[in-house]
Design a protein around this ligand. Structure first.
Ligand code: PMP
Length: 361
């Protein structure tokens, strides 16, 4: 038997074991065709059926109405940082971006290549703790073509507990929280996500786009990033990332089998609560996010004595707890606990943290 490993990587992140086993079983012989799903035409009837089924499963899971297109695109999350303004921001137009951490900031930097991007709210710190500026203090512009925000900041561990109110199309980068909790899709103009956390392998991005927002891409928009064109072509204007799409489909089936989003949301809440409770009750570890806005997917934490960081990481690795090193911009540790991380993984992590504290306090 191989050693039990728990992988806390922020992305590409662990995928459900059951999914990996199905993929392994079908790897060289998909549907008894004698070849892999990655070796068949995306235009063949079997692949087209798979593609439609994956889309339908995602629609079922997130309760996405026909008012929205569901696009399977290239280029990951950052591809969408550019696609959004290319499709939504008119020449000489403006858009509002809400900054809450490093990913919304990167979206802003990319957006500024295409026009005037206003900082509607800047990153906010309260008594040394990362937080979110209340919406009543945001400076939203009447002229904004859309409002962009990142509901869960993967690096900073900051998560919104509300959906911003606006009469403009609301655009959300859900790369690290999509499918982790129930959301009302009808509140959004566009939801997008890079796949490599809660969906599947990297490279793929999902864009859920309200249909009335399509069809106004700026001239010069590359065809593969044009939402309307991709929609007309069932996301197959060019060859899509077929293997990633296949794996995403398996993940959606797995999620349905778990009982859908409400069921996984309850497990995610239990995992996050266990870890934050432990951290809050310890003098050895601490988290630097205001409790209301703590991420349930990415839990950054620091050791009080940072000189122990390297020992912590190497001892964790010895017991099969991988990729706990924090992002270089924040330091310390980060446990990413996406849908595929079982409750048992967080239990083992907490036990390890407890015994490390005993040995080093
Ligand atoms: N947005 C968020 C919230 C992310 O976490 C990431 C990746 N970690 C990205 C965007 C960028 O995704 P990609 O690397 O696929 O371009």
């Amino acid at each position: 038997m191989t050693k039990q490993i728990y992988n806390f990587c922020a992305g590409p992140a662990m995928l459900p074991q059951d999914v990996m086993q199905i993929a392994q079983k079908e790897f060289v012989n998909w549907k008894d065709m004698g070849c892999s799903v990655m070796e068949v035409s995306h235009r063949g009837k079997d692949y087209v059926a798979l593609a439609h089924e994956a889309e339908q499963d995602l629609r079922d899971l997130m309760n996405i109405s026909d008012e929205y297109a569901v696009l399977f695109m290239h280029g990951g999350g950052r591809g969408q940082f550019a696609s959004v303004p290319m499709n939504l921001l008119p020449e000489n137009g403006e858009a509002d971006y809400v900054l809450t951490g490093s990913w919304s900031k990167s979206a802003l930097t990319e957006g500024r290549k295409f026009g005037q991007i206003n900082v509607a709210a800047d990153m906010h710190v309260e008594n040394g703790m990362r937080s979110i500026l209340p919406q009543s203090e945001w400076k939203l512009s009447d002229k904004a073509a859309y409002v962009h925000y990142c509901p869960n900041e993967t690096v900073d561990g900051v998560e919104f507990d509300f959906i911003p109110e606006t009469d403009k199309p609301l655009v959300a980068d859900m790369s690290s929280c999509i499918l982790s909790q129930e959301i009302d899709v009808s509140k959004f103009g566009i939801i997008y996500a890079g796949a490599q956390k809660n969906i599947g392998p990297s490279g793929l991005a999902i864009a859920i786009v309200r249909k009335d927002l399509m069809g106004n891409a700026r001239s010069g928009t590359p065809s593969i990033f044009d939402y309307a064109l991709q929609n007309q072509n069932d996301s197959m204007f060019n060859t899509p990332p077929t293997y990633a799409w296949y794996l995403a489909g398996l993940v959606f089936k797995w999620l349905k089998k778990q009982g859908g989003i409400s069921a996984i949301q309850a497990i995610n809440a239990a995992k996050a609560e266990m870890l934050y409770n432990f951290i809050d009750n310890s003098d050895f570890y601490h988290n630097q996010v205001v409790s209301r806005y703590r991420s349930k997917m990415n839990v950054p934490f620091m050791l009080k004595d940072e000189s122990l960081n390297a020992v912590f990481l190497s001892e964790a690795e010895k017991v099969g707890l991988l990729a706990l090193k924090g992002h270089r911009s924040v330091g310390g540790m980060r446990a990413s606990i996406y849908n595929a991380m079982p409750l048992s993984g967080v239990e083992v992590l907490v036990k390890f943290m407890q015994s490390f504290e005993k040995a080093h306090a």
